[in-house]
Design a protein around this ligand. Structure first.
Ligand code: PEP
Ligand code: MG
Length: 891
């Protein structure tokens, strides 16, 4: 027979910590604490299965539930030495929700159940405090009325306010027992008036009302929204915890407080917490009275005169110290606990793993290894890789006020404030004057690169997680919010508008690229520091992981950052990104707009020295580590000048007139540039382009090798769909390599491989691997072409799909493991079947997403490659994947 109710208290429990699914987090914890011998007020947990039953049957309970509740209640009465509904020694109960995952404040709670006209007298006698008893009673009526009966809270608040006005007082504390007694009468009358029937006085009826209210609250709008935001399934249900009340407001020998076994913001190994004498739990968080410190050290650090618990209740403090020792010994993690002292007796109400800042998380994990509480593997498991972002970028000061204007996609983490500018030129101009700027664009293009570089933050109103702005900003480490569709940008007026607010050029805004929020004005940020604990933990992670981690980088600055963050080479160097700089982009455009091979070669000759120099720098910085250089893959539209000035500049450089340049630009216009003349198609139609690039690579490699440095170039061809294409282009590369070797006399080892980023390439991977020495999965394009969803234009569609539950996560951010991931798996299998030593990597944006990294480990890739700032995240995620840590993937 199914058991629906699990009791706890008196040093024992029917449930245990591993029954979280059935008892909810809170219930499992209470059971655990109780069986460990902590002083937990007795109670029982009604399982999550009852919630599911309740939802499925439209509000019915399993047959045997009532009998089980009766029995459990009798157990509680026995331990508590009080009876529910007893007029002399009434037991009072709390009824609280508690789901598998924490959903703070989303569901309902009722306290002080069991009070009525009779039992309130018993409570008065027990506490010897009529004021307290009547106040508890009116709190109960108010809470129960609101939560269970639907009598809005304000009806009671209004009565209270009126009464205070009549009495000429402003604070609740100025009311005495007579006042509260009168108010109880008024509350009961009000409830009856609204409900058309008396407020329930029968304790059993109150109890069942409370239980039903908690189950109902699982399906309130707040809870539903919260679940959607946090990916909590609807069918998990909540448990109900019914527990004997204890009171921290029964006089000056009573108190209530919260404490952390270690400091949650610094991780320091010291007790940390606050409490209030003669108060209830909510008074501590309500902020009306100033809470006091737990320890003398803390009190001194916060420069207050209010005495610490250590001083006012030394015995309780000593007991709490023992609790702390036992809690950490048992849970082996920092705990966040709630306690109440009722008439000099300590009660532990709750413990859970404490939330902490990333720095605290690192310190606690490393310290606990040193203290022998946990092993190195456990320390690695403890840190959420995504949380490392907090350390690598400035983040918003959590205590700062903010006025959120709207939001977009969290495209590149970090937070920054600056004056709004609407084009790259203005960004550069203002930045030169020493101003912090935030560049706002509908979308960005290579022309904006200079402005993007000098901006503190970037905001775009179109484009997804792999749009130009997102990819480039991430590479640069510039905070970026992309695809913020609710903002309207007017370039002409130099304004943007959102929800009725107009932001003008020069106004200050703040973007938070970690959350996607855009705020008006400057919001203070916190600048992180990489601590010794970080370095130590990452060192442990590196020893454990088997997956390599490289970076996507093309500029020397990015490559330096990548190495600093521990990249083991470059997995993608997008050569088209090397031509953004103004002097180069002209020649790049000249090359693109060339009328024939002769003109093209002339432009390429101008680009060669730049390109060679770039590679020399990359090879030098990467000193012996592999560097994957991808040959040109520009969707041409990104490089065609949009403005007349741009056209004029190119025309002048090429020695042709503007009308000819304009005509050629018009000829190159494509309806679908992403599916057009890009990638290796450019190499096939104009082999001289790849020839120039290969020359630059091998000349640079020879130069660096001559200097005594090992050089490992991996030449990568984009957008391949057939072995034939690959072979033609590989021949070009090999020919140039041989020519350079002949000319320089330096022998350079190199590989030639391909990106796998189109479904056809996946299907023919076995054939392509006959010629290609490595594959790198370009999951940006693979996602785009598998879904048939443009990576640049569909952020809003993805959003709607997520809202409707059609997509779990953005497939451009976290690999769609069952679709696109399946293609990767097939590509791996077919490629390796032909060439067992085929080197395999991924260089789409997914390479820095923890869940995707786990998938890469599973399908047997050799390495992941991601933007430099995500390298530590990938290193840690790879270590966790090697340890078999479970993650939710995007499927
Ligand atoms: C890809 O398509 O995943 C890739 C890495 O190439 P790009 O983003 O430059 O198209
Ligand atoms: Mg691509």
């Amino acid at each position: 027979m199914t058991k629906w109710v699990y009791g706890f208290g008196g040093g024992g429990a029917e449930g245990s910590a591993d029954m979280r699914d059935l008892l909810g987090g809170k219930g499992a914890n209470l059971a655990e604490m109780s069986s460990l011998g902590f002083p937990v007020p007795p109670g029982f947990t009604i399982t999550t299965e009852v919630c599911t039953h309740y939802s499925e049957t439209g509000g019915a309970y399993p047959d045997s539930l009532e009998a089980e509740v009766e029995q459990a209640l009798a157990g509680v009465e026995e331990i508590a030495g009080a009876r529910f509904g007893d007029p002399q020694r009434p037991l009072l109960l709390s009824v609280r929700s508690g789901a598998r995952a924490s959903m703070p404040g989303m569901m309902d709670t009722v306290l002080n159940l069991g009070l009525n006209a009779e039992t309130v007298k018993g409570l008065t006698a027990m506490s010897d405090d009529e004021r307290f008893a009547c106040d508890s009673y009116r709190r109960f009526i108010q809470m129960y009325g609101d939560v269970v009966l639907g009598v809005a809270y304000h009806h009671f608040e209004d009565l209270l306010e009126d009464h205070k006005l009549d009495r000429g007082v402003t604070l609740d504390t100025e009311l005495d027992a007579d006042d509260w007694r009168l108010l109880v009468g008024a509350y009961l009358k009000k409830a009856k008036e609204i409900l058309g029937q008396p407020f329930p006085g029968n304790p059993k009826e109150q109890l069942w009302g409370g239980i039903a209210a908690v189950f109902r609250s699982w399906d309130n709008n707040r809870a539903i929204t919260y679940r959607k935001l946090h990916g909590i399934p609807d069918d998990w249900g909540t448990a109900v915890n019914v527990q004997a009340m204890v009171f921290g407001n029964m006089g000056n020998d009573s108190a209530t407080g919260v404490c952390f076994t270690r400091n949650p913001s610094t991780g320091e190994n010291a007790y940390y917490g606050e409490f209030l004498v003669n108060a209830q739990g909510e008074d501590v968080v309500a902020g009306i009275r100033t809470p006091q410190s737990l320890t003398i050290a803390e009190r001194e650090a916060s420069h207050t005169d209010l005495p610490a618990l250590q001083e006012v209740m030394p015995d309780i403090y000593a007991e709490l110290l023992e609790v702390r020792r036992m809690m950490e010994g048992h849970y082996r993690d920092m705990q966040d606990m709630e306690f109440t002292v009722q008439q000099s007796k300590l009660w532990m109400l709750q413990t859970r793993t404490g939330k902490r800042t990333t720095n605290a998380a690192l310190k606690i994990a490393v310290d606990m290894v040193d203290e022998g509480l946990i092993g190195v593997d456990e320390a690695i498991r403890r840190i959420d890789p995504a949380q490392l972002d907090q350390l690598l970028h400035p983040s918003l000061d959590p205590s700062a006020e903010r006025k959120v204007l709207g939001r977009g996609l969290p495209a590149s983490p970090g937070a920054a404030s600056g004056r709004v500018v609407f084009n790259a030129e203005d960004a550069e101009g203002l930045a030169q004057k020493g101003e912090d700027v935030v560049l706002v664009r509908v979308e960005t293009s290579p022309e904006d690169i200079g402005g993007m570089h000098v901006s503190k933050g970037i905001l775009t109103t179109r484009g997804g997680m792999t749009s130009h702005a997102a990819v480039v900003a991430r590479g640069m480490g510039v905070p970026c919010v992309a695809g913020a569709g609710e903002f309207r940008v007017d370039y002409g007026e130099k304004i943007m508008e959102v929800g009725g607010t107009v932001v003008r050029e020069g106004d200050v805004i703040t973007v938070d690229g970690a959350t996607g929020e855009v705020m008006l004005g400057e919001v203070p940020t916190i600048h992180p520091e990489l601590t010794g604990d970080f370095v130590k933990l990452m060192g442990w992670a590196d020893k454990v992981r088997t997956l390599g981690v490289r970076a996507n980088a093309e500029t020397p600055a990015d490559a330096e950052t990548a190495r600093k963050f521990g990249a083991e080479g470059i997995g993608l160097s997008r050569t088209e990104h090397m031509f953004f700089e103004p002097r180069r982009i002209v020649h790049m455009r000249e090359m693109i707009l060339a009328a024939d091979e002769g003109e093209r070669r002339a432009a390429l000759d101008k680009l060669l020295p730049y390109q060679r120099q770039d590679f020399v720098q990359l090879f030098t910085i990467m000193a012996g580590l592999p560097v994957t250089i991808r040959l040109l893959d520009p969707p041409l539209n990104e490089f065609i000048p949009q403005s007349e000035e741009g056209l004029a500049e190119v025309a002048a450089a090429a020695g042709i007139d503007v009308s000819a340049a304009r005509a050629r630009a018009a000829l190159l216009k494509e309806g679908n540039p992403m599916l057009g003349h890009r990638g290796c198609r450019l190499g096939i139609t104009f082999p001289e382009i790849y020839e120039m690039q290969a020359r630059a690579i091998f000349e640079a490699a020879s130069e660096v090798a001559k200097g005594g440095e090992k050089v490992v170039p991996e030449v990568m061809i984009p957008l391949i769909v057939t072995r034939g294409e690959f072979v033609i282009l590989k021949d070009v590369i090999e020919r140039v390599a041989a020519e350079v070797k002949e000319a320089t006399g330096v022998r350079v080892e190199y590989l030639v491989g391909t990106m796998i980023e189109l479904p056809r390439a996946v299907l023919l991977a076995g054939d392509i691997a006959k010629a290609a020495q490595f594959f790198s999965f370009g999951t940006n394009d693979l996602t785009q072409t598998t879904y048939g969803l443009s990576r640049d234009d569909t952020a809003h569609i993805v959003e709607i799909y997520r809202d409707k539950g059609l997509f779990k996560d953005d497939p451009f951010a976290s690999l769609d493991t069952e679709g696109v991931g399946e293609l990767v798996r097939i590509g791996v299998e077919r490629g390796r079947a032909t060439r067992p030593d085929l080197k395999l990597g991924i260089c789409g944006e997914h390479g820095g997403d923890p869940a995707s990294v786990h998938f890469c480990q599973k399908v047997g890739l050799d390495y992941v490659s991601c933007s430099p700032y995500r390298v530590p995240i990938a290193r840690l995620a790879a270590a966790q994947a090697a340890l078999g840590v479970k993650v939710e993937t995007n499927a």
